[in-house]
Write a protein that binds this ligand. Structure first.
Ligand SMILES: [Zn+2]
Length: 402
């Protein structure tokens, strides 16, 4: 293991760094990385004033980060500035990169994100994974990973970790898919099936989607509920900028909150769960359409044309979402709700009934509902960025392994 993994990693260095001189140095290296990453290019003096350390102290930290290839100097700043000219520091577009992967019910995707947060390589394969055993699916994913790694290497990128989003419950070991009902998988240890050379982090796709929203979204609050849909419904709770995981790591299963206790049976063993009303297939069925191909495109296209059956099905889905979210909002009092995944593309037809239910049923003032601009890209980006964030959070660990 060379690279650290993000705080999302339940067993990993989300724990605070030790309160020793060494711990202090690592924390300061992280502060320099985060500052340059968020605001760079910056001179050493500018970094020093941002983080409140002396220029000499910052120079020592910067030199270490440059030696490790985690920062680069862009050359002298343009003349005319006050004070001694300094060289601007930036996060390089070469060197460590995060690999993100997604196992979807209908697709596989892999991407590489550099330390600047840019997607530099990507590969996608469409085709159903439902009722396929894990081995051939992961073999195909591995092929995509190899392709993305090769493409990244040609651009000077070195993957330092692999994060995989799955549509199911993941154990707190961050490796084992405990249950993915829409794939038909149970107790699958992905670490033995995936390439061994990268530190691995497996998590629920809704969790990665919510982290992407937190890190990449436009003005996303630090306390919010994230709800997304594909075949199933994914939910995640972010409290003060951190995912709420629960004892076993299963928190946020909004899709299995009962909306109508006497409703249809659900894959989870319950009845009348939200997923039975607001999952993509449920909405298609309710609209009398065949679930085939581009489901969101089909629904949004028909709704835009004024198809009354589709509009009614989406109104009902919005109402079910409103009822389920009411429980969560009353319980947790978040700053907002973010609709992601397929729900983002269907928001114009879901929102009116959703917001009506939420306003009618919540105890306090209505909780604002916003629409993700990441849409169905969220989980893949959240996965890759969680590896990148881990580098920014503890650059010393990467330097030591370099
Ligand atoms: Zn259920």
């Amino acid at each position: 293991m060379t690279a650290p993994l993000h705080e999302a990693h339940p067993a990993g260095p989300g724990r605070a760094l030790p309160d020793t001189q060494q711990g202090m140095r690592r924390r300061n290296l992280a502060r320099v990385m985060h500052t340059v990453s968020a605001e760079g290019p910056l001179s050493r003096a500018a970094v020093a004033s941002r983080i409140g350390l002396t220029r000499a102290a910052v120079s020592t930290l910067v030199d270490e980060l440059i030696r490790s290839g985690l920062l680069e100097e862009l050359g002298p700043e343009r003349p005319g500035r006050v004070g001694r000219p300094g060289s601007a520091l930036a996060v390089p577009g070469r060197g460590p990169a995060g690999l993100g992967a997604e196992i979807g019910v209908d697709h596989l995707a892999v991407c590489a994100v550099d330390l600047r947060g840019e997607v530099r390589a990507r590969a996608v394969r469409h085709g159903t994974n439902r009722a396929r055993s894990p081995e051939p699916v992961v073999a195909e994913l591995t092929e995509l990973i190899r392709r993305v790694v090769a493409e990244g290497e040609r651009e000077g990128l070195t993957p330092v970790g692999l994060a995989v989003a799955v549509p199911g419950l993941v154990a707190r070991d961050a490796r084992t898919v405990v249950r993915a009902p829409n794939l038909g998988w149970q107790d699958v240890d992905l670490s033995v099936l995936l390439p061994q050379e990268f530190p691995l982090l497996v998590d629920n796709e809704a969790n990665f989607g919510s982290l992407a929203e937190l890190w990449l979204g436009d003005g996303t609050p630090r306390d919010f509920l994230h709800v997304s849909a594909e075949i199933g419904i994914g939910g995640a709770v972010v409290v003060d900028g951190r995912l709420l995981r629960g004892v076993r790591g299963f928190a946020g299963e909004l899709g299995h909150v009962p909306v109508r206790p006497d409703g249809p049976e659900c894959v989870c063993g319950g009845r009348g769960c939200l997923e039975q009303y607001a999952g993509e297939e449920a909405v298609l069925r309710a609209a009398g359409l065949e679930p085939d191909g581009d489901r969101v495109g089909l629904l949004s296209g028909r709704a835009a044309e004024g198809d009354e059956d589709v509009r009614r099905a989406l109104r009902d889905a919005g109402e079910a979402l409103g009822i389920a979210l009411t429980g969560a909002v009353n319980l947790l009092d978040p700053e907002g709700v973010v609709l992601g995944g397929a729900l983002a593309g269907l928001a114009p037809w879901l929102l009116p009934s959703l917001e009506t239910e939420l306003a009618r049923r919540t105890a306090g003032p209505a909780c604002p509902v916003s629409v993700s601009r990441l849409g169905s890209e969220g989980p893949l980006l959240g996965a890759a960025h969680s590896v990148v964030r881990a580098v920014l959070d503890d650059p010393a660990a990467v330097a030591a392994g370099a």
